[in-house]
Write a new protein. Structure first.
Lengths: 389, 512
């Protein structure tokens, strides 16, 4: 069989995620080679320690990107998440440091506030019809103003160890291993349930060897992931949280009516409304989810810095949006996946991490990231054959 | 030296190995009009895209000779420079630019300083409009001020300005009124007399019969035949198009009409932007179980607005009462209507019917997705099984159940949209132009379905601008004109003339 250019293009557009994973491999190999140091006996980039760092760095962007995908798929945009993250992180710091309230109270209040602000943005956009670009641009200014007012412009520190654990802690080795095994068992269970359900409805099923092969491959990846992280200090808590978010959001996107409606609204809002779907509600709830993720990211940021700072989350909305687009989300709405966005976040974090390690100036890092974003979207356009002109 | 302006030989174009058109021939002489007929998905549009270089030279096989020389155009600009201009089914106007700006878009005359020379542009635009006998159009007004028919003529002015030698018209009259269609057809005849050639693509075969000198029919991407119109009639064309004799276009079936199930009382709607203007004026009617009620009228009669109001999607002001099974109901949004058992298949399939990027199947289950959930999660397998049932039942032709619906032909998209609106098991089904722009075969299947539904006791309200369809399908016909109900006839011995007279508001005179 000969592979033509067309075949490759078709494969890449159907399995976008594979193409993105190849990009990650290339980036890692590149930095792995450039950071090779014979005195220290190996590459400095490709170590369990750095792998752990990289994942922790991307966790916050990843949390935001997970919900941002839905916002963009629904045909909207949210520019306020960085500021909202800062505000919610600031609230967490004030409650924890200034008032020494118990952790569960801090978390509950921050999550409630996140949902509240998300619902408010969503209501203004979906029910009052103000474009989300405007609402969230206003939100970006207003929320940042609130952070400055709340913190008085100074850093609030130090937070209690329990809060710190959310951002800096690691799972004990045993818990990591148990989690890995559990995840694998869940995958096996789901695979065989899907199989029997499909057979019940007379739908085609993959052959048994293919199914087993696929599961074994997934198992190997989980095993490698857990072992590598355990080799350093264990699975970082924010990474665990992000993985849970990935699972929950993927299920929301693929397995719930709400998720289906998000994609429908983004592809053709009028047709969706005329099908009897409450489109305003769908849009509002998408922003509520975004608010919820800002709460998670805000808590993680404060915990990671062990302090509430007035500039926390500054510019994070752009990283989150860029991750979505690198991960194959369409500007026009209707297309995108949470896993894609997270892979996009890994790509961004790898670039940051690799270039920092090589001692490249921050200004170069920004230039490179900007170019990569534009190039990635161009690749996407070429592979889907949507060229203009 | 050939006497043909255009010769297309053995044109074949495939998409990922699937041949969309296969070995098609098309020849056009100077001053000749060729009618191009075929069902939706037969490959007419693909052929025209090859000709206009939307698919550039090299992406298809075969040969195009233009004025005797081989044409190897790489983009639309090159074909337009050669003199081939295509006017698409959907109008390509920029609504907020003026008529003149639209005509000269991309070729604006400029003065010495390099700025647009508006005086020259407007003067030339006026000359063009005068040639089209449209001197009453103000070329300095934004194009959105004019009706679809006038915009169509602006499109043609644009083509004239490009010195078109061959005009390709793709379903040009699908959104025009009868008089606008008349103007357009007369104009094309005049162009022909002046030596311009045209390719006329239309499902409206009587128009083709009137205007074409030669007719080429394609079916499933292959060339079926080319004959002078003089040797053909519309029935022969239909037979060539579908490959079988279509004796009965309207498969009437007996069905019993029951008690009144739906009632609209004193419905009025006002325009969305111009809030003073009434678009539906005090309309009342009843609809019975198992009844097919046709709604006839000219474009702009307020029929779509009425349907929108009944389905809860009219955005302007409105009033009036709606009763379902004797109880007054409040329909504030389409979801209320669907929940109560009133469903609507909208007129504009692209804008209001399909969710283009989603799979055919997911489009079909959209209204009733909750049915296939358990504990809040979609049971994909149960959903997929239902999708396959519906695809088979409605005869939707799709390679895979989850192929994006946008990649299907118009007729198949429409079948999917109808399937979507049948799954909620409506008591009242509103169909707004259910067969617009779809081919004969798909039409036939939709008619059959309407009768099947009537037999099951569904009340059907069918809006249609195709008079034969209204008369061929309905038990009773409502006629609307200028927002008012102008007639309510039992469909027995009803004639097109009678309906049309009511629609224009003429007193009905029983002529012989």
């Amino acid at each position: 069989m000969t592979l033509t250019k067309k075949d490759v293009r078709k494969f890449l557009s159907e399995y976008k995620i594979v193409a993105l994973l190849i990009v990650i491999v290339i980036i890692w190999a590149f930095f792995g080679y450039l950071t090779y140091d014979s005195e220290l006996g190996g590459s400095q980039f490709l170590t369990p320690r750095n792998f752990s760092n990289l994942l922790r760095q991307m966790a916050i962007t990843g949390m935001l990107a997970s919900a941002m995908v839905f916002v963009i798929v629904a045909g909207e945009i949210d520019l306020s998440v960085g500021s909202l993250l800062g505000l919610l992180g600031g609230i967490a710091a004030v409650m924890d440091v200034t008032y020494s309230l118990p952790l569960w109270q801090t978390i509950t209040v921050v999550i409630a506030m996140g949902l509240f602000f998300g619902l408010m943005v969503g209501w203004l956009t979906a029910y009052l019809g103000i474009p989300s670009f405007i609402v969230t641009l206003g939100g970006q200014l207003a929320f940042r103003g609130m952070v400055l007012g709340l913190t008085g412009g100074i850093t609030i520190a130090p937070v209690h160890p329990e809060l710190k654990f959310i951002g800096q802690g690691y799972l004990p080795e045993l818990a990591g291993n148990a989690g890995g095994v559990l995840l694998f068992l869940v995958l096996v269970f789901l695979a065989f349930r899907t199989r029997s359900n499909r057979q019940k409805h007379n739908l085609s099923v993959p052959t048994m060897p293919a199914e087993v092969g696929r599961l074994l491959f997934a198992g190997l990846i989980i095993l490698g992931f857990v072992l590598t992280l355990n080799d350093y200090q264990g699975v970082p808590v924010p990474v665990l949280v992000l993985l849970i978010i990935l699972a929950v959001f993927t299920v929301i996107g693929n397995k719930t009516t709400f998720g289906r409606h998000i994609y429908a609204v983004g592809s053709n809002m009028e047709a969706t409304r005329l099908s009897g779907v409450n489109v305003a509600y769908v849009k509002m709830m998408v922003f509520a989810l975004m608010g919820l993720m800002c709460a998670f990211a805000g808590l993680t940021t404060t915990a990671r810095l062990a302090a509430g700072t007035p500039s926390a989350g500054f510019g994070n909305e752009l990283d989150a949006i860029a991750s979505c687009f690198i991960g194959g989300t369409s500007m026009r709405g209707g297309v995108g996946s949470v896993s894609g966005a997270l892979v996009g976040a890994v790509i961004m974090a790898s670039l940051d991490n690799g270039m920092s390690m090589m001692g490249i100036d921050t200004f170069w890092q920004q230039i490179v990231k900007g170019i990569i974003l534009v190039a990635a979207v161009y690749m996407d356009i070429v592979s889907s054959g949507n060229q203009r002109g | 030296m050939s006497d043909y302006l255009l010769e297309m030989h053995d044109i074949t174009k495939d998409f990922n190995g699937v041949k969309a058109i296969d070995g098609i021939h098309l020849q056009v002489r100077r001053g000749e009009c060729v009618g191009l007929c075929g069902e939706n998905g037969a490959g007419k549009s693909t052929l025209m895209k090859v000709l206009s270089a939307v698919y550039p030279y090299g992406t298809w096989s075969g040969q195009i000779l233009w004025e005797g020389k081989e044409l190897k155009a790489r983009n639309i600009r090159e074909t337009e420079e050669a003199g081939i201009v295509i006017i698409h089914q959907e109008l390509m106007m920029v609504p907020h630019l003026t008529v003149a700006e639209n005509i000269f878009l991309g070729s604006e005359p400029r003065n010495k300083a390099g700025f647009i020379d508006y005086d020259l542009m407007n003067a030339q635009a006026e000359k063009l409009m005068a040639r089209l006998k449209m001197s009453d159009i103000n070329v300095a007004l934004p194009v959105y001020n004019y009706s679809g028919g006038k915009q169509q003529l602006v499109e043609i002015a644009k083509a004239l300005n490009k010195n078109a030698k061959l005009l390709i018209l793709d379903e040009p009259t699908s959104a025009l009124t009868t008089s606008e269609t008349r103007t357009l057809l007369d104009l094309i005849k005049e162009f022909k007399a002046n030596g311009m050639a045209c390719v006329y693509i239309s499902h409206k075969l009587d128009e083709v019969a009137e205007i074409a000198d030669t007719v080429t029919v394609i079916r499933d991407g292959t060339h079926i035949g080319t004959q002078p119109m003089a040797e053909l009639d519309t029935n022969k064309i239909i037979t060539m198009m579908v490959g079988r004799e279509m004796k009965n276009l309207f498969p009437r079936e007996a069905h019993t009409i029951g008690e009144v199930v739906f009632e609209a009382k004193n419905i009025s709607c006002w325009d969305v932007t111009n809030r003073e203007r009434k678009v539906v004026d005090n309309v009342s009617f009843e609809l019975r179980k198992g009844e097919i009620l046709g709604v006839a009228g000219l474009v702009g009669a307020g029929r779509t607005e009425l349907a929108c109001k009944l389905f809860g999607c009219w955005n302007g002001d409105h009033e009036g009462k709606i009763f379902l099974e004797g109880k007054e109901i409040s329909v504030r949004a389409p979801r209320d209507a669907v929940r109560l058992g009133i469903c609507m298949v909208p007129e504009d399939r692209k804008r209001h019917g399909i969710v283009p990027l989603m799979g055919v199947g997911y489009n079909i289950t959209m209204s009733v997705l909750k049915r296939y959930t358990s504990g809040g999660f979609i049971q994909s397998e149960a959903e997929l099984a239902e999708i396959q049932n519906q695809i088979i039942r409605m005869k939707v032709k799709t390679a895979e159940p989850l192929l994006p619906i946008a990649s299907l032909s118009g007729g198949n998209q429409q079948k999917a949209v109808v399937a979507k609106m049948l799954l909620p098991e409506p008591k009242v089904l509103i169909l707004d132009e259910p067969t617009r722009g779809i081919d004969v075969g798909a039409k036939y299947e939709i008619y059959k379905l309407i009768f099947e539904l009537a037999k099951q006791g569904v009340a059907v309200l069918m809006i249609s601008s195709e008079m034969p369809e209204v008369l061929g399908i309905s038990d009773r016909v409502l006629v609307m004109g200028e927002g008012k109900l102008r007639g309510n006839f039992v469909n027995e011995g009803l004639t097109q003339e009678k309906v049309l007279a009511a629609a224009i508001g003429q007193p009905i005179t029983e002529a012989a």
